[in-house]
Design a protein around this ligand. Structure first.
Ligand SMILES: [Zn+2]
Ligand SMILES: [Zn+2]
Length: 267
């Protein structure tokens, strides 16, 4: 079974369950490898304005790392990796770098959840989609995605067409934007994440779309896989569809990481 490298836990403030429950679920479902990727503390905001519903507090971070490292040695039939999901915020690259280099991460996932401060994947902020031109929103989103890939801070770019989450799409598939993003990911050697959370939102489609994933394959971008589980029962959710999508796009292997070094395994 393909690895699940995108797992959140109760620590991030908007998921349920402890790490052990996620690991037990992975064993029950026959997964061989998982990685935890809770949201990094919101380091780019002053500490009194951080939202505990979006990411763990800084003082929780050492406990997060210690718990993953503890579970690693406890589970013999399941490989457990230490990851983290990090928002890409332009201008904050130098602030985040020491944080990422100072921890024994196996991999780092970079995400775009904000366009000019607008949390576009937050259901409470949906109205903004009606105020802006959808083509321009996509342009801005993909510019940020390219910048995230090119920052070389990350090993994996998460849910690469998250902007479609609520079903807002341009009139035609934005193939040129996909190509630009794929070229940026290939150039930086980062993975495109095949993320099954898209199946569970109005978009009703894995991130990325088949069109986008095919272009990634053509440009030579390696792929990784994740469920974006926010509850233990969602570990590995939609993975047979993810494997089918990968094969349809031409992929025959996916990435695994250890100490931020990538290896490929057959699917
Ligand atoms: Zn995310
Ligand atoms: Zn996530």
């Amino acid at each position: 079974m393909i690895p699940d490298y995108h797992i959140h836990t109760g620590r991030c403030g908007h998921a349920s369950g402890g790490m052990r429950q996620y690991a037990d679920e992975a064993v029950n479902k026959g997964l061989g490898e998982i990685g935890f990727s809770d949201h990094i503390p919101m380091y780019w905001l002053p500490s009194d304005s951080r939202d505990p519903g979006l990411a763990m507090a800084e003082e929780q971070f050492p406990g997060y790392v210690a718990e993953v490292l503890g579970l690693k040695s406890e589970f013999s039939s399941l490989s457990i990796r230490l990851g983290v999901e990090v928002d890409y915020i332009p201008g904050r690259e130098t602030a985040i770098k020491p944080f990422l280099l100072g921890c024994p991460f196996d991999y780092v996932i970079g995400s775009v959840h904000y366009i000019d401060g607008w949390g576009f994947d937050n259901p409470a902020l949906l109205e903004e989609f009606g105020r802006q031109n959808i083509d321009e929103i996509y342009e801005k989103y993909f510019d940020l995605l390219c910048a995230a890939a090119s920052s070389r801070l990350f090993d994996i770019i998460a849910h690469p067409d998250l902007i479609k989450k609520f079903g807002h799409r341009p009139a035609a598939p934005p193939l040129e934007l996909y190509r630009r993003a794929a070229v940026a990911m290939a150039g930086a050697g980062v993975c495109v994440e095949v993320n099954t959370a898209g199946l569970r939102v109005p978009a009703e489609e894995i991130y990325p779309s088949l069109d986008f994933l095919r272009i990634c394959r053509l440009e030579g971008v390696p792929a990784s896989t994740g469920s974006d589980a926010h509850a233990p029962g969602l570990v590995g959710a939609g993975f047979s569809q993810a494997a089918d999508l990968l094969r349809e796009a031409g992929y025959r292997e996916v990435a695994v990481f250890k100490g931020r070094t990538r290896n490929m395994i057959k699917i």
